[in-house]
Design a protein around this ligand. Structure first.
Ligand code: CP
Ligand code: NVA
Length: 306
């Protein structure tokens, strides 16, 4: 039985380095069809924000594990009409085997975890996007055959994706460089946690200089300049973030084998150019596919079906 059985994954740092590497190994075996676990479990999806990749990749992953999926759209469930989270959590706990939640506040996710015995998975909060990071690491592993010692550079907003890159990268011994405009840095608490995890093994660099961050990097990664819930700030942020665009000029500063990553959805011409997205160094579509394999491995481990 996996050491992850029954656990909650609210942060990528809820996994130890060994557990994270085991999930990535399992994801690779599942992708190659070497293992075909079969469960009869039910996954609930409780998403307060829009989603294409996360919703579909979790659903297909659970179907391929031989289980079922229930989409608990908050606008059609009582929680959307004000039923307390702790009551909803205790009831869903009696029906479901595992629950993936996409919401705003990490504390709401924590409430679900505190009131449930089934595994709760963070499917994105304002603080973190751990399942994205699993797929990102799988894509790096496939490309370079290793993770330790590589440099992952993120340019743009110090948001949920940046936080999971900092923590996940540190866990596997990667150098993580993050370049943001002033006042858009990642959370100091997350940076401190990443530095503590990295220790002497790898370097965590937070800078305002995208070229400094990109130098000799093995992956250049970006995300939207205004996340879900920040739509009204999008236009005012464009001039602030323009120097942090992932474009050919920045790719040229990175290692010549470097890959371009983006969690999607992307705004071409804003945080990333069409040329980089569609260029030969882009691994963005493999990265999106790997959401499915990585989450399948995570769910199989949490459910103890591998
Ligand atoms: N990358 C990601 O989480 O995409 P969705 O918002 O479409 O799920
Ligand atoms: N930072 C983005 C990621 C979307 C997958 C958001 O939270 O909207």
């Amino acid at each position: 039985m996996s050491s992850l059985t029954g656990r909650d994954i609210l942060s990528i740092a809820d996994l130890s380095t060994t557990e994270l590497v085991d999930v990535l190994d399992l994801a690779a075996d599942l992708k190659q069809g070497k293992i075909r676990p079969n469960c009869n479990k039910t996954l609930g999806l409780l998403f307060y924000k829009a989603s294409t990749r996360t919703r579909v990749s979790f659903s297909v992953a659970m179907y391929e594990l031989g289980g079922n999926v229930i989409d608990l759209n908050p606008s059609r469930t009582q929680v959307g009409r004000g039923e307390p989270l702790k009551d909803t959590a205790r009831v869903l706990n009696r029906y479901l085997d595992i629950l993936a939640i996409r919401t705003f506040d990490q504390d709401d996710l924590q409430t679900f975890a505190d009131c449930s015995e089934i595994p709760i998975i963070n499917a994105l909060t304002d603080l973190e996007h751990p399942c994205q990071m699993l797929a990102d690491l799988q894509t790096m592993q496939e490309t370079f055959g290793k993770l330790e010692g590589l440099t992952m550079t993120y340019v743009g907003d110090g948001n949920n994706v940046a936080h999971s890159i900092l923590l996940g990268g540190a866990l596997v011994g990667m150098n993580v460089h993050v370049a943001t405009p002033k006042d858009y840095e990642p959370s100091p608490a997350v940076v401190a946690q990443a530095k503590e995890i990295a220790g002497d093994r790898s370097n965590i660099l937070i800078t305002h200089d995208p070229k400094e961050a990109a130098e000799n990097a093995h992956a250049l990664y970006t995300d939207v300049w205004a996340s879900m819930g920040q739509e009204d700030l999008a236009n005012s942020r464009i001039p602030i973030f323009q120097p942090y665009q992932l474009n050919s000029e920045l790719m040229a500063v990175a290692d010549k084998e470097a890959i371009a990553l983006h969690c999607l959805p992307a705004h071409r011409g804003e945080e990333i150019t069409e040329e980089v997205m569609e260029g030969s160094q882009s691994k963005i579509w493999d990265q999106a596919e790997n959401r499915m394999h990585a989450q399948k491995a995570l769910m199989a481990s949490l459910l103890g079906v591998v």
